[in-house]
Design a protein around this ligand. Structure first.
Ligand code: FE2
Length: 257
């Protein structure tokens, strides 16, 4: 019997969080979802607070992953140490709070989730995510292994997919907030998509008010990012996985409005 893993793209601000709260439980039952991983690092537009992380868990997420805005809200740091279901990228320095890899016990077996951060245009003060991933995948013994690679470059993300093909059950990209059309099963059995997309306002620039974004590119002085308003969407990818082998049988991008 196969299991369905749902990976959900970056939650953008209050609109994205409210939409997740309203819809995730229904999506879980409609699509027969067994396990949900949500990228939450934009729940506070930039970063995430403990209150917002709690809300994502209450909405029905099993695991939250993060990215380049992990440290924006300093009150998150003790929360990262206390809660094993929220992960920050594993390639931050070992002195950082929290963890980047964890094993979760489920009724269909143990699930290992790994969160990594790309270095191209992002926080360069991290270890090489490819070397880190390669090392972890040598050690991990769980059958189901899920990897969120929070990165800017599509080349990096596809290279990570192939590096881990046949070794991880699913590898997906986050951070760029635009869903890519390459949901697929790679040749050796790893489910893959370059970017899950985002959860938040449909009419926005990556979740942000378009007027503000246009102003920024026209040269306006910097100001705090504001979420766009209007109807929302939830984007992500469903990976159907054989828990006996850890292989992905099907990968399908979803967009729900
Ligand atoms: Fe990001």
């Amino acid at each position: 019997m196969s299991v369905n893993i749902l990976a959900i793209g970056d939650i953008c601000g209050d609109p994205g969080l409210n939409f997740l709260e309203r819809r995730l439980k229904g999506i879980r039952s409609e699509y027969n979802i067994d396990f949900v991983v949500v990228n939450g690092e934009n729940a506070n537009v930039v970063g995430i607070t403990p209150r917002q992380a709690d809300a994502i868990f209450r909405a029905g997420a099993d695991v939250i992953t993060l990215g380049n805005h992990t440290w924006t809200r300093t009150e998150l740091q003790p929360y990262l140490d206390e809660r094993k279901r929220i992960l920050r990228p594993a390639n931050f320095g070992p002195q950082c709070p929290g963890r980047g890899i964890e094993v979760f016990h489920t009724n269909f077996g143990d699930v290992c989730v790994l969160n990594l951060l790309g270095r191209f245009t992002l926080d360069g003060n991290t270890d090489n995510p490819f070397v880190i991933a390669d090392g972890f995948l040598e050690e991990i013994r769980e059958k189901i292994i899920l990897v969120d690679f929070h990165a800017e470059g599509s080349s990096q993300k596809r290279a990570m997919g192939y590096l881990l093909d046949g070794r991880a059950s699913a590898v997906w990209g986050t951070h760029t907030h635009v869903q890519t059309s390459d949901a697929e099963v790679l040749p050796k059995g790893t489910g893959y998509i370059t970017d899950l997309g985002m959860t938040g306002p449909v009419h926005s620039v990556l979740g942000i008010d378009p007027e503000q974004s246009i102003g920024k590119f026209l040269g306006d002085p910097p100001r705090r990012y504001e979420s766009a308003s209007g109807p929302c969407k939830l984007e992500g990818c469903i990976f159907e996985i054989d828990p006996e082998t850890g292989r992905c049988l099907r990968a399908e991008g979803i967009r729900i409005q």
